[in-house]
Design a protein around this ligand. Sequence first.
Ligand SMILES: C[S@@+](CC[C@H](N)C(=O)[O-])C[C@H]1O[C@@H](n2cnc3c(N)ncnc32)[C@H](O)[C@@H]1O
Length: 201
Amino acid sequence: MNVSNSKQQLFDRWAPFYDFWVPSLLYQATHRRLLEYVELPEAPNVLDISCGTGRLLNRLAAAYPRLQGTGLDFSAAMLRQARCANHHRPRLIFVQGQAAPLRFTDQQFDAVFNTFSFLHYLEPQRVLTEMYRILRPGGTFYWVDPTTDTSTGVGYVPVSPHGIRVYSPEMRQQMGTQAGFRHVKHRYLLGKNLLSIFVKV
Ligand SMILES: C[S@@+](CC[C@H](N)C(=O)[O-])C[C@H]1O[C@@H](n2cnc3c(N)ncnc32)[C@H](O)[C@@H]1O
């Protein structure tokens, strides 16, 4: 079994309990704080990569009545939960796919969201390049994950198949810039959960 499959299976098993697991409650509190920093056009088309059970998109759709949103995730079981809890049909849809390559055309979205997921990616720079491709010029990327202050800029935590990688603020900035983004700001949302905002130039 390859690494992506074993990670996928982990999330498939986790999905039915995900929303009731204590860290998820902290994730939802962090989503609430994230909304304070989100700026979107009138009728935005947004993508949540690795959307899980779709909580963030539902919150965004409630705040922006003309928002169209797509949630993408590789876990069929997470998507099942997201579709059952979709309070904004047909404005929100949930589709299965990998974070890289992304199954979308160039410049399709006004904003891309990624919360508590980037740390799982095995090819992070490839994901950033794909995010850049599918955003329109001037579009925004909102990245939320725990951060680290290790001197190397990357903290490896040996949990889940092939572990997770958390990035320092400086490392995030460097990686985003390498993909072509302009870095706008970093803001701590809750504890070590850092929001990094990038714009496609
Ligand atoms: C901790 S959950 C976060 C879910 C949601 N974004 C949130 O804030 O609650 C991580 C999600 O990333 C998804 N994921 C991990 N690696 C992925 C990949 N390579 N492609 C697509 N989805 C992935 C998992 O299936 C899972 O739903």
